[in-house]
Design a protein around this ligand. Structure first.
Ligand SMILES: *Cc1c(COP(=O)(O)O)cnc(C)c1O
Length: 336
């Protein structure tokens, strides 16, 4: 089976498993885990922030961030199809008592500046207090334009809002810039008060995300993480995997991006099949209505696993080789 359902399906590599097995550990709830502490210091510096918090999942990382920014009854502005709004079980509202103010996104994932402006509530007892703008990069595998990030964050700041980036696939965005990765990371993150990154997606770690921001923000998030049940003990075993991923599995994301482009090219010209050119490692395929029913099951039976909630979604990752991509193209051309 060629598993293109998500970049979360990767197996820890031998090198990663060895790093996990030999990691020095301690009780991280006491702040005693040297591997966690080193990872937190490293990812904070890499993303240009004062402090970081290692957490089990991206969902918890985003929620710690949202709750550290927003008090009960305050609101955050977010995309209608953004992960924190649509795909995290409504946690901001359920667990944080934070009101989301979702806005329709353009095809490239951006929220219009005019819509953001209009959604910011005046200081009036009728309204919730608008506290935060949350963006997502990459969104659906698309890289938010730098000029847009600058303009949206500038607008938010000028109106007294904080800014949060759901950067689950931030490293894909940085690699896609084509320049030096660390410079691209800093370029993007400088505009945000907090950023969440996942180690368990394209970077290939089995578990783990980090929230970065100011010392004061991370201190609040640390308290919230405990409340959410995210205080882990000898978590250095997991932090070692994330550190290994940062050391060895960042630059190779370019390979995943090339594989997604190869897949897109391989599907070109099929009748009733429209491929959205991929910018990173996620390829969306629109199918003519007559082709859609049962397609995910047919492809799985033929050896290609993918998902298809709104469109067919194919994700390249560490455990998919160039040969796998060529095989997948054959299967897709036969069964689409
Ligand atoms: C996967 C993902 C998350 C959450 O990560 P989990 O570790 O699955 O909770 C958040 N945002 C985006 C954009 C994601 O793709």
């Amino acid at each position: 089976m060629i598993d293109l359902r998500s970049d979360t399906v990767t197996q820890p590599t031998d090198g990663m498993r060895a790093a996990m097995a030999s990691a020095p550990v301690g009780d991280d709830v006491f702040g005693d885990d040297p591997t966690v502490n080193a990872l937190q210091a490293r990812i904070a510096a890499q993303l240009g922030k004062e402090a970081a918090l290692f957490v089990p999942t991206g969902t918890q990382s985003n929620l710690c961030g949202l709750m550290a920014h927003c008090q009960r009854g305050e609101e955050y502005i977010v995309g209608q199809m953004a992960h924190t709004y649509r795909w995290e079980g409504g946690g901001a509202a359920v667990l944080g008592s934070i009101q989301p103010q979702p806005l329709v996104q353009a095809a490239d994932g951006t929220l219009s500046l005019a819509d953001i402006e209009a959604a910011i509530k005046p200081d009036d007892a009728h309204f919730p207090i608008t506290r935060l703008l949350a963006l997502e990069n990459t969104w659906g595998g698309q890289v938010l334009p730098m000029t847009y990030i600058e303009a949206a964050c500038k607008l938010a700041r000028s109106r007294g809002l904080n800014t949060h980036l759901d950067g689950a696939r931030l490293f894909n965005a940085a690699v896609a810039s084509g320049g030096p990765v660390n410079a691209a990371l800093l370029d993007i993150c400088q505009h945000f008060d907090s950023v969440s990154v996942c180690f368990s997606k394209g970077l290939g770690a089995p578990v783990g995300s980090a929230l970065v921001g100011s010392k004061a923000l991370i201190a609040r998030a640390h308290r919230i993480r405990k409340m959410l049940g995210g205080g882990m003990r000898q978590a250095g075993v997991l932090a070692a995997a994330a550190t290994y991923a940062l050391d060895h599995q960042v630059e190779r994301l370019a390979q995943d991006h090339a594989h997604a482009r190869l897949l897109a090219e391989g599907l070109a010209g099929l009748p009733g099949v429209r491929v959205v050119p991929p910018q990173t490692n996620i390829l969306f395929v629109d199918l003519a209505p007559e082709k859609a029913p049962g397609v995910v099951q047919r492809l799985a039976a033929a050896g290609v696993a993918c998902t298809g909630l709104y469109k067919l979604r194919l994700v390249t990752h560490l455990d998919v080789s160039t040969a796998d991509i060529h095989r997948a193209i054959g299967v897709l051309r036969q069964h689409l």
